[in-house]
Design a binder for this molecule. Structure first.
Ligand code: WTA
Length: 661
């Protein structure tokens, strides 16, 4: 029954992406918030719009950090490579630690840490500095020196940021590999960067079970001849294999080390770290981030977007293995002398409200998490955390995927108690820092919109040919001016760097995301361009159809993909997770299809709906639409080893084909 689609005229201009969803709700910043906000003058946007203004802004922000030698040139932009704060020398760990201790903040808490089994630790800035110095000395004692690459494969324990800071202190670039990745993934990353040292742990806890990291690290290291040393934190106490020529216990190696260590003076453009990101092809890209610009960019965005005050207790719930953790658990927050929370385990374990218990325990004031987590909590329902006191919260953030307006509104209402501004922050591993976001004391927000480019950031939305799409239309997101924390390339692969980001629209950075702007110029991210569906010549974003589904009271989460269709080219196939208390049925399926049709129009009406208890996600929580497309096409499945729950694929496959029109 493809008749609905048949009656739809092909789009006049196939180059852009349809603008279907209209969201009318607006949320002005609460007056009390504005009165105390760090950024409260809307003039900041006009001031930073010109080339001169944006340079003055970053030059001013750079004064907030300590330079060993001052920089002489703000920006050297030789497309596609930027150098920022040219000639400057600094050390990031000294900026994150020594500086604060010297300023009398040694006793201030840097991290409250909570282990999944219920153990906890508190580290002050003075303690974090001492531990970092011990580890820096330990690494030096192993012969690790400036420029040597160190792989870090750890659970979310305090030794993880300590290891990163120790590397930064001695100028050894780190390559953090998320602890949920396999030995294969680790080996590939070690090999690509030729890491000489690996820092890991015997294991960590996840949903009540110990994950044996050392065993996977052994497997990887046995294939990686570049590795000379491995430092192992004892976390679980489980037995591990031991290679005495290579392996060292962290506690033994650091015990007798001095608690001071000279920080290595680093050039602004010295490599700080590599972080691998998968993208669409198999071989991960080693994204390069350097020192001066990255520190200024992350510190500035963190301070202004999260409105950081000295008394805040800030909780970014991401894993440090992702860029969000690098920029907004470690470097940005520590540069701002923030008190943070780090939690080892799953946010819903052992109780569904574990996250809320932790937020209440430490009186968290700021929460920064991902739409996938918000939708999971929505699915459980707000009663699950009704007993937890979340009254300390004053600001909420979202990152990682487009947030459906309904999930945004739920977050604002039930977690934020209708009093906390929500900042939906768009950025990427490659961008290093948040680029599109509200400023909570200035911006009137709209649920589902990341609102405007950060001051000094110049973004645009273009069509296939690179022409600017007028307000009200959709197309491809581009960035038109360099920014301090931008990537400095793909490690060892210049051609791929140019090809991926700089060749589609010469002179402009291609983000790979669809985006529309409404009549007021608000930016609405529409998902990866690879996922855009083409129905009867209309290019429809997955995000808008998913958001329309999530706006139905029965739906907690939805994923849509285009499936080959003989009449319309592609037809929309939807996977739907229901909120607790709702039952899957043909009637509900029909109702949902009708609902989408009403909310955003007939052309976006899904042809098929499949109810599912869960969805395949990457380890960082992004829906794997490529896999869902394969299921929808009933083709062979791709590699499922990176799924958060491989079992779901079986369920989805089993159910595939049911719920047919
Ligand atoms: C998506 C995570 C919409 C987007 C920091 C981007 C978002 C990719 C948002 C980068 C957001 C991230 N709204 N989409 N607020 N934040 N994305 O490298 O597709 O893990 O290109 O960096 O996530 O993911 P990455």
């Amino acid at each position: 029954m493809a008749t609905d689609h048949e009656r739809i005229e092909p789009a006049a201009e196939a180059a852009t992406i349809e603008n279907l969803l209209r969201e009318e709700r607006t949320f002005a910043p609460p007056a009390a918030f504005v009165a105390a906000a760090t950024a409260h003058d809307p003039d900041i946007y006009a001031r930073t719009a010109t080339d001169e203004g944006f340079r003055a802004f970053w030059a001013q922000e750079a004064k907030r950090i300590d330079w060993i030698e001052p920089w002489t040139e703000l920006l050297d932009w030789q497309l596609p490579y930027a150098k920022w704060f040219v000639g400057g020398k600094l050390n990031i760990s000294a900026n994150c630690l020594d500086r604060h201790v010297a300023n009398g903040l040694g006793g201030k808490v840097a991290y409250y840490w909570e282990g999944e089994p219920g153990d906890s630790r508190t580290l002050t800035y003075a303690q974090l500095l001492e531990e970092t110095c011990r580890m820096a000395n330990a690494l030096r004692s192993l012969g690790v020196k400036k420029g040597d690459k160190v792989a870090i494969y750890m659970p979310m324990i305090p030794e993880l940021p300590i290891a990163m800071l120790a590397c930064a202190r001695i100028g050894a670039p780190h390559s953090v590999v998320f602890g949920g990745f396999s030995a294969d993934a680790l080996a590939g990353r070690i090999d690509d960067a030729q890491c000489t040292t690996v820092i890991t742990a015997d294991g960590g806890y996840r949903k009540g079970a110990a994950v044996h990291l050392k065993a996977s690290a052994d497997d990887a290291m046995n294939r990686s001849p570049s590795v000379k040393h491995c430092v192992v934190v004892r976390r679980t106490g489980d037995p591990v294999d031991w290679n005495p020529d290579r392996d060292h216990w962290w506690h033994e190696l650091t015990a007798a080390q001095p608690t001071t260590a000279e920080p290595e003076p680093m050039d602004s453009e010295d490599l700080l770290y590599l972080l691998y990101t998968s993208g669409t092809t198999a071989k991960p890209k080693g994204i390069m981030h350097t020192t001066g610009g990255y520190l200024v960019g992350t510190a500035t965005t963190h301070r202004l977007i999260f409105d950081i005050k000295p008394e805040d207790v800030y909780w970014c719930m991401a894993d440090i293995g992702w860029v969000t953790g690098h920029s907004y658990i470690v470097y940005g927050p520590l540069a701002n002398a923030t008190t943070g929370i780090i939690y080892e385990g799953a946010i819903d374990f052992p109780e569904k409200d574990r996250w809320a218990q932790i937020a209440a325990k430490y009186r968290a004031t700021i929460l920064y998490t991902a739409p996938t987590a918000i939708r999971a909590l929505m699915k459980y329902g707000h009663d699950e955390f009704a007993r937890d006191d979340l009254s300390s919260l004053r600001l909420l953030g979202s990152v990682g995927e487009p947030i459906n307006p309904e999930a945004w509104a739920w977050y604002w209402k039930y977690i934020g108690g209708e009093r906390c501004p929500v900042v939906d922050t768009w950025w990427q591993t490659e961008t290093g820092m948040i680029l599109i976001t509200p400023l909570p004391g200035i911006t009137t927000t709209k649920p589902g919109s990341a609102t405007f480019p950060f001051p000094g950031i110049k973004a645009g939305v273009v069509d296939e040919a690179g022409n600017s799409v007028p307000l009200g239309g959709g197309g491809y997101l581009v960035l038109e001016r360099p920014w301090p924390a931008m990537l400095r390339g793909i490690y060892g692969d210049h051609d791929r760097y140019v090809e991926t980001y700089w060749s589609r629209y010469p002179g402009r950075y291609f983000a790979g995301d669809g985006c529309k702007r409404d009549d007021e110029g608000y930016y609405w991210l529409l998902g990866r361009v690879d996922d855009v569906m083409n129905v009867s010549g209309h290019r429809i974003s997955t995000t808008e159809v998913e958001s329309a589904l999530v706006s139905h009271p029965a739906v907690a989460e939805a994923a849509v993909v285009g499936r080959t269709d003989p009449i319309t080219g592609q037809a929309i196939f939807s996977y739907v997770i229901l909120r607790s208390g709702f039952e899957a049925s043909d009637a509900l399926g029909a109702d949902l299809r009708e609902h989408v049709s009403e909310v955003i129009g007939k052309l976006a009406r899904p042809k098929q709906i499949m109810f599912t208890p869960d969805l395949p996600k990457t380890r960082s929580g992004k829906i794997m639409r490529r896999l869902l497309r394969d299921v929808a096409e009933q083709r062979a499945l791709g590699d499922v080893t990176t799924l958060a729950d491989a079992g779901i694929v079986a369920t989805i496959r089993e159910q595939s084909g049911r719920g047919e029109d």
